[in-house]
Every structure is written in structure tokens, then in C-alpha cells.
Write a protein that binds this ligand. Structure first.
Ligand SMILES: NC(=O)c1ccc[n+]([C@@H]2O[C@H](COP(=O)([O-])OP(=O)(O)OC[C@H]3O[C@@H](n4cnc5c(N)ncnc54)[C@H](OP(=O)(O)O)[C@@H]3O)[C@@H](O)[C@H]2O)c1
Length: 232
């Protein structure tokens, strides 16, 4: 198992879920991460290995060839604030990180592990022709995946939020709280599927669903929304 975006809210939970299941796991941390020692201690403490391959196609292809993972998780993404801190406007950030790094990883898999399941964390609301830059980056990667021949599972959750998220994301938290309140009422009124598709999920719940789907032969080449990702 190879986890790209392992240091993110979802990524940390996926590494933890994989190790709880006793699966051999490599957590990727970008080589220039200022918190590399902390991540190494954290992931090695869970029994995972840490890999710091540069985000370059040749290097990533060599790593994937050497590790031969059966599943590769692509859990990468930037935010307006983070892109700005790295000197990019938001649209360029989505293009370079959300699309670009995921595509690089897909190309590395195609070159070195064409049988590996590529589990891509996309988003609810993705559709062809969208004018929203965040959703467009995901629509493009989903299209590349469908055309790649690589086995894949696409996950499209709604808000990923929980009290255990370190980062302060006030807007997302507020959005999730409002959506959850409205949807709680919808569920109460009988619109259970709607509630389960749109209500927020914490990282542990999402990670359990992602890992379950990654190992499920029936989820090969499938697109799963939050209702299908929730474990019961
Ligand atoms: N949050 C939501 O409500 C939500 C909803 C639906 C879909 N999604 C999508 O799901 C994915 C994961 O979400 P999340 O909330 O778990 O994300 P997150 O906590 O923000 O983690 C993002 C990951 O991407 C990596 N990353 C960001 N910029 C990078 C760069 N310049 N170079 C290399 N790596 C970089 C981060 O590494 P560092 O730690 O090294 O920065 C981190 O591992 C994202 O694509 C997100 O857009 C999110």
C-alpha cells in the first residue's frame, strides 16, 4: 500500500487504518517537508515505512517499481491559503497540486505498476464541463483515470471534517455544520440517502470506507459517494 498525501487529514487516517489491518504500508512525505522528523516518528510508530521520493516522474516511477504496491492512494490537495503560502494563486494551486501531482502519480503507476488499484480522493459535485476550478481539476483527473487502463476507485465525499482536524478551516467547518444540521432533519424526514450522500464525514470514517473499497473487487473502476463509503 502506498499513500500519497499521507500527512493530510485523510491521509493520516488511511495510514492508521491500513496498519490496524496489518497491511504493509508506505507513507509518502514530500522531501522538503519541514515536519519530516515528526511524520517519520508518527508513521514508523504505526509500523509504516516512510518514503520521501521527489515529485518527479522518473523518481516516482522508480519508487513505485521498487515497492510494487497493490493499492496506491492519491489523497492530495491544496487550499486557497496553502497555495498562497507557496506563491501560487488558487487556480494554479489546483492545477499544480490537486491535478498535477495526482497525474504524476498515476503516470508512475501506469509505467511501473499497471495492476495497482489507484484510489483517488475526488469530491462530491464533480462533473464534466464544470466552471469551478477545484471541481474541474478533479473532473480532469477522473477522466484521465477512466482512459488510463489503470484499475481505479474514485471516492467523492462531501465535507471531510471532524473535531480531530488540526488545521483551522473555519469556512469548511461552518459549511459542514450547516449541511449536517439541515441533513439531520432530512434524515429524520425520511430522506436518508440524501443525508448519507451530503453529510460530512470525519477522516476515520472516510479512511475505513476508502480502505474497504480499495480491497473490494466490486469497487474496481467504481465511483463511490459518501453513502457508499460509510461503514456501518
Ligand atoms: N476537506 C474537505 O472537505 C474535502 C471534501 C472533498 C474532497 N476533498 C479532497 O480530498 C483531498 C484530501 O483532503 P484532506 O482534507 O485530507 O487534505 P489535507 O489535510 O489538506 O491534506 C492535503 C495533502 O496534500 C499534500 N500537499 C498539499 N500541497 C502539496 C505540495 N505543494 N506538494 C506536495 N504535497 C502537497 C499535503 O502535504 P503537506 O502536509 O506536506 O502539505 C497533504 O498530505 C483533497 O484533494 C481535497 O481537496 C476535501
Amino acid at each position: 500500500m502506498f499513500v500519497a498525501g499521507a500527512t493530510g487529514y485523510t491521509g493520516q487516517a488511511v495510514v492508521s487504518e491500513l496498519r490496524t489491518r496489518g497491511l504493509q504500508t508506505t507513507a509518502h512525505v514530500r522531501p522538503d517537508s519541514s515536519a519530516l522528523p515528526r511524520w517519520t516518528e508518527r508513521f514508523e510508530g504505526l509500523g509504516a515505512s516512510v518514503d520521501t521520493t521527489a515529485w518527479e516522474l522518473e523518481a516516482m516511477t522508480e519508487t513505485i517499481a521498487a515497492l510494487q504496491p497493490t493499492v496506491v492512494f492519491a489523497l492530495l490537495g491544496t487550499t486557497r491559503r496553502r497555495a498562497a503560502s507557496e506563491g501560487m494563486d488558487t487556480k494554479a494551486g489546483y492545477e499544480r497540486i490537486d491535478y498535477g501531482l495526482s497525474k504524476l502519480l498515476l503516470d508512475a503507476c501506469r509505467g511501473a505498476a499497471p495492476q495497482a488499484r489507484f484510489v483517488y480522493l475526488s469530491s462530491l459535485g464533480v462533473k464534466e464541463g464544470t466552471r469551478n476550478a477545484y471541481l474541474a481539476a478533479r473532473a480532469r483527473l477522473e477522466r484521465d483515470l477512466r482512459e488510463s487502463g489503470q484499475p481505479y476507485t474514485v471516492a467523492r465525499p462531501s465535507f471531510i471534517a471532524g473535531p480531530d482536524r488540526d488545521e483551522d478551516r473555519r469556512a469548511e467547518r461552518a459549511g459542514a455544520a450547516v449541511a449536517d444540521a439541515v441533513l439531520g432533519a432530512a434524515g429524520w424526514l425520511g430522506a436518508k440517502r440524501t443525508r448519507d450522500r451530503f453529510q460530512s464525514m470525519d477522516a476515520a470514517t472516510l479512511a475505513a470506507g476508502l480502505v474497504r473499497a480499495a480491497l473490494d473487487p466490486e469497487a474496481r473502476d467504481a465511483v463511490l459517494e459518501a453513502d457508499a463509503l460509510r461503514t456501518t
